[in-house]
Write a protein that binds this ligand. Sequence first.
Ligand code: AMP
Length: 293
Amino acid sequence: MLVTTRSDELRSALGFGSPPQRAIALVPTMGALHEGHLSLVRRARTENQLLVVSIFVNPLQFSAGEDYQRYPRDSDADIALLEREGADIVFAPDPEGYVPAWHRTVVRVEGPLTSTLEGGVRPGHFEGVATIVAKLLSSVGPERAYFGEKDYQQLLVVRRMVHDLDIPTQIVACPIVRDADGLALSSRNAYLSPSQRQRALALPSALREAAAAWDGDADSARVLLHRRLQAASGISLDYAEVVDPMTLDPLGGIIDSPARALAAVRVGDTRLIDNVGLGQPEIQPRPADTEEL
Ligand code: AMP
């Protein structure tokens, strides 16, 4: 009999971290799948035995006045794509059943991780994300769950939640997939007219420029981003920040550790977010590297 005070020992006794040939993977999505989603699906497929992909446009993460109603939905196309990619299960709960009117539980990660950046502009957004990700992890019980660095703050919030609640799922981070013109793939890109899309390119281009010019000076990087994004025509800047890549605390002055630049802009009615590592190669973290917060 094992008697233990340690949750890591408990997990290993329960078989957590079982070899890939027994593992269940979850890739949570809101559908309208593109190559960014599929990069997560493909990686999850190779690293696990049973692959579950969820498609759920999570009503809890949209505030009133956001694009919940018009968010693109094409479940037939999504299911066909996932079949081709070898998914075993598509979990696509209906919103009224999964989050009924009498749903009363909220998962809230506190502090700057959820109050700044996206959390500052979209109050309540990360509560909605954390609540539904916790519920999906609970529904599926995956060994690993795959998230994109495209939603960098979301990735950190989910890692924090999983760590704090001792949820026995490893969160695997996957790099951003971009179109040939540099725009990060996003289901919301479908909202953009050709001329808006052209204007939206200022976002990846400013981030790329900041990464190329990075010399450890966080203030100059922030100024550069603000200058480029405020000067760009037809887009409005929500935020552009240079932050600690683990805590999201804003950085200032000269620093000698890696940083991350995160920015959000609006092009017409469409909100776009993007980010880039500063002072670190854009490498794909191995699953073994990703358990640390
Ligand atoms: P969404 O359907 O937008 O909620 O995204 C589902 C998952 O796919 C999230 O973990 C996203 O970060 C990830 N994702 C979305 N777009 C991209 C992209 N361009 N590159 C990498 N991952 C992405």
